[in-house]
Write a protein that binds this ligand. Structure first.
Ligand code: PLP
Length: 424
């Protein structure tokens, strides 16, 4: 028996599904998850000693690759000075400066410990600032697992065909209205009918949790316009896209700014960090300045902030994004070529270094069109890639991430593996 299987059996007796986040259980692709022993650069090594080129990158944070020396050094040095004080530090000032400089719409920010907390808190602020209750989100967009947001939330939910979660009070779910991604007319219609009750529209400006789906031209601009016209706030959940699709996130890439922005993943450099922020006026609603309560024992944790700052500083060299674009394009081309040779209908959606290859004829523009993908075919592809040493997300409805640690040779290896795996 493999060591991974032995660990899974042991884990499954104590941890639901043997994992601490559901998609890790490989339920969507079958087989048993591999347990990881260590990682470096673009490589993961499992507990049985097998190495993989990793395109999951811890689901987005590891844009520098695994165990990036700058991050490891920053964390090590920070740990020597103590792991948590529950009091403010200079690091947090540096982090706030770096983020507010990159995201002009965030004049003030608050650090939290996860993307879930960031989105949950941003919504509380939006409700507090507007005095309204209703939230609009898009089918297949994921904003963490806060109650109000577990409605048509993609990813795990998309994979398991559960549009919702047990344990979420119906009364809360009723306050969340959902619309198809990229359907601006539907949003306008919703505002015409219920505009005076809508506190905020929350959106992944590039969807990543139904697989990658870029915004249609005019979609983000339209959301900006309709929210402003009705006195509602526009929340960009840039937990994936922040520092990923550009240094300044989707706001920089598409030239549309949000009232509130959520960050996570990359800004923690692989440690648990989230952030939310917006204009001085809106963020002045947050306690202790205002009446919206939000707190955290480990918020602004010095290890996590040190790691995140190291990551952000490495990205401040804008050549990083040109390189990520090149590498992303390589991966895309490799998949397209492989699919063409194999005669497999494949729709590759890519924005910079995030990409999804959907097993269906395109276009994939929203959750409904994403769901046309052949998930059984994806499962076979996933297993064939894993067997060839390529680690992809164990679900069709996730993104593949390229990092600065990937080499041209890694992408050639991945393309060769894909050419074979697409024929399986
Ligand atoms: C991952 C993710 C979250 C949740 O972040 P966690 O750190 O997992 O809580 C929220 N929004 C988006 C867009 C995400 O991709």
């Amino acid at each position: 028996m493999s060591e991974s299987k032995r660990l899974l059996d042991a884990a499954s007796r104590m941890i639901p599904g043997g994992v601490n986040s559901p998609v890790r259980a490989f339920r969507a692709v079958g087989g048993a998850p591999v347990f990881i022993a260590r990682a470096e650069g673009s490589r993961l090594v499992d507990v049985d000693g097998r190495a993989y080129i990793d395109f999951v990158g811890s689901w987005g944070p590891l844009i520098l690759g695994h165990a990036a020396p700058a991050v490891v050094e920053a964390v090590t040095e920070a740990a020597r000075r103590g792991t948590s004080y529950g009091a403010p530090t200079a690091l947090e000032v540096d982090m706030a400066e770096a983020i507010t400089a990159a995201y002009p719409s965030m004049e003030m920010i608050r650090l939290v410990s996860s993307g879930t907390e960031a989105a949950m808190s941003a919504i509380r602020v939006a409700r507090g600032a507007t005095g309204r209750d209703v939230l609009v989100k898009f089918d297949g967009c994921y904003h963490g697992h806060a109650d109000s947001l577990l409605v048509k939330a993609g990813s795990g939910g998309a994979t398991f065909g559960i549009p919702d979660s047990k344990g979420v009070p119906a009364a809360l779910a009723e306050l969340t209205l959902t619309v198809a991604f990229n359907d601006l007319e539907a949003v306008r219609d919703l505002f015409r009918r219920r505009g005076e009750r809508i506190a905020a529209v929350i959106v992944e400006p590039v969807a990543g949790n139904m697989g990658v789906v870029p915004p249609a031209p005019g979609f983000l601009e339209g959301l900006r316009e309709v929210t402003r016209a009705h006195g509602a706030l526009l929340i960009f959940d840039e937990v994936i896209t922040g520092f990923r699709v550009a240094y300044g996130g989707a706001q920089e890439r598409y030239g549309v700014s949000a009232d509130l922005t959520c960050l996570g993943k990359i800004i923690g450099g692989g440690l648990p960090v989230g952030a939310y922020g917006g204009s001085r006026a809106v963020m002045s609603e947050v306690s202790p300045l205002g009446g919206v309560y939000q707190a955290g024992t480990l918020s602004g944790n010095p290890l996590a902030v040190a790691a995140g700052l190291a990551a952000i500083r490495a990205l401040a060299d804008r050549r990083a994004y040109a390189r990520l674009e090149t590498l992303g394009a390589r991966l895309e081309q490799g998949l397209r070529d492989g699919a063409q040779k194999a005669g497999v209908p494949l729709t590759v959606n890519r924005v910079g270094s995030m990409l999804t290859a959907f097993f269906c004829a395109g276009p994939v523009t929203d959750y409904a069109s994403a769901r046309r993908a052949d998930t059984a075919r994806y499962a076979r592809f996933f297993q064939a890639m894993l067997a060839r040493g390529i680690y992809l997300a164990p679900s069709q409805f996730e993104a593949a991430f390229v990092s600065l640690a990937h080499s041209e040779a890694d992408l050639e290896t991945a393309a060769r593996a894909a050419a074979e795996a697409l024929t399986v």
